[in-house]
Design a protein around this ligand. Structure first.
Ligand code: GLV
Ligand code: MN
Ligand code: MN
Ligand code: MN
Length: 413
């Protein structure tokens, strides 16, 4: 006879602590970058916990890790629930790990209660979501949904390591996990994640029901001038690409976001060449990260960036070159899957709101091949990609309860 499946809060919180110990930094965060020794240790721990419970463990060619509990109808593709275990170099202990460990807690809760689901349920830990060591991020979910992983084999990491070698070592470090091909059909995907922003905490809501993920576009701008002597070159003779870059960035910051509260524009990296204190630079390269929920607005903003950079370069007798390095259109989640999350939240009587994700996630890619949805929980001060990232234990457990209820409904239609 089966019981009603229940989340074991103490077990979940203990697991969160155990995984936070893998790659722990002195400041209380984690450094568990993709395909590193620490990433391999976290994958091993999850696989060992799974095998102890009698679940089956698989991995694919990009090191996505799957933990399967069978359903009653072997003809149905699995419902996937999960997130990622890799982290930023100075990452928090919840980004990715919370969703992965809540998903594993759901699988254990089903097993504890001997509960039957029609579909198999699989926990997934997507490989290299962060992309901070090996760019781009969301590699695992992109490969799973059809991207050609072969193109990344020659990628060299921020630490000089070769992706192909580190990926191979990661896969061979887990011989217990049978290798399986990418592109298996799935019935749906649900991902729990911290919000990584402040709105749920500010509004004192324990749950965000995510209806869509906004689009992201990355541009690489290079302004070119003429290198020259800092002490001898008169203003009239300068072609200073730093002045052009700074003017363009300032103008973009004072126009795009102040005029459109949904727009985001961030210059996160800037470098002058040759980068000498007493030389006018020859060139200045900077990145632009643009986000917007409306695809057409990404085009409008990109056009504006191009025009502003060209005009400010021209004003300094310089030139501007702009390359689009990454384009990730947003996606709306399946209304059916979002409704299931709503139903689960309502059945638990939890205050919540529907919201759009400002960050991208693996769920963005899964939404292109199956009904998908996300559940957000608050994080303190909206902090993420920061070692101080913190989630209240009660909020973690509430999130797991919502994931459990949603998964039960989704896995037994
Ligand atoms: C993902 O980390 C993002 O930049 O949205
Ligand atoms: Mn994440
Ligand atoms: Mn992250
Ligand atoms: Mn992310």
């Amino acid at each position: 006879m089966s019981l009603t499946p229940r989340i074991d809060g103490d077990r979940l919180l203990g697991r969160l602590d155990a995984f936070a110990g893998i790659g722990a930094t002195p400041a209380g965060g984690v450094n568990r970058q993709a395909f590193s020794v620490e990433d391999r240790r976290a994958r091993r721990l999850l696989a060992e916990l799974a095998l102890e419970r009698g679940f089956t463990v698989f991995q694919d060619g990009i090191a996505n890790l799957f933990i399967r509990r069978e359903g009653t109808d072997a003809t149905l593709p699995p419902l996937l629930i999960g997130s990622h275990l890799d982290s930023q170099p100075t990452g928090g202990r919840f980004d990715g790990a919370l969703g992965t460990l809540c998903a594993f807690e759901v699988l254990e809760a089903l097993e504890d209660a001997q509960a039957e689901t029609r579909m198999p349920v699989e926990v997934v830990a997507w490989a290299n979501e962060e992309g901070s060591r090996f760019a781009p991020g969301v590699m695992g979910s992109m490969a799973f949904t059809g991207a050609d992983a072969a193109t990344w084999k020659s990628v060299v990491g921020a630490d000089g390591a070769l992706l192909a070698a580190e990926l191979d070592a990661t896969i061979t470090a887990l011989p217990e996990a049978a290798l399986r091909p990418t592109g298996i059909p799935i019935s749906g995907y649900i991902e729990l994640h911290i919000e990584q922003g402040p709105s749920l905490e500010k509004e004192q809501l324990p749950i965000g029901v995510v209806t869509a993920v906004q689009g992201t576009r990355w541009l690489e701008v290079t302004t070119q001038g003429t290198a020259g002597h800092a002490g001898t070159t008169d203003l009239a003779y300068r072609r200073d690409p730093m002045v052009a870059a700074i003017a363009a960035i300032h103008r973009l910051q004072t126009t795009i976001m102040p005029l459109d509260s949904s727009a985001r524009l961030t210059v996160g990296r800037i470098a002058a060449r040759p980068g000498s204190i007493n030389a006018i630079p020859q060139s200045v390269a900077f990145t632009v990260d643009i986000r917007h929920p409306l695809a057409e607005q990404l085009d409008v903003i990109e056009t504006e960036v191009r025009q502003v950079c060209a005009a400010e370069a021209e004003a300094q007798h310089c030139t501007a070159m702009i390359k689009r390095s990454f384009d990730m259109p947003g996606a709306a989640f399946s209304p059916d899957m979002v409704n299931l999350v709503e139903e689960a939240v309502n059945s638990l009587g939890l205050p919540h709101k529907q919201m759009i994700s400002g960050a991208f996630h693996d769920a963005l890619f899964l939404a292109r091949v199956a009904p998908a949805a996300m559940i957000f929980v608050p994080c303190r001060d909206g902090l993420s990609h920061n070692e101080a990232e913190y989630v209240e234990p009660d909020d973690a457990v509430i999130g797991a309860c919502v994931l459990l209820r949603t998964a039960i409904m989704a896995a037994s239609p």
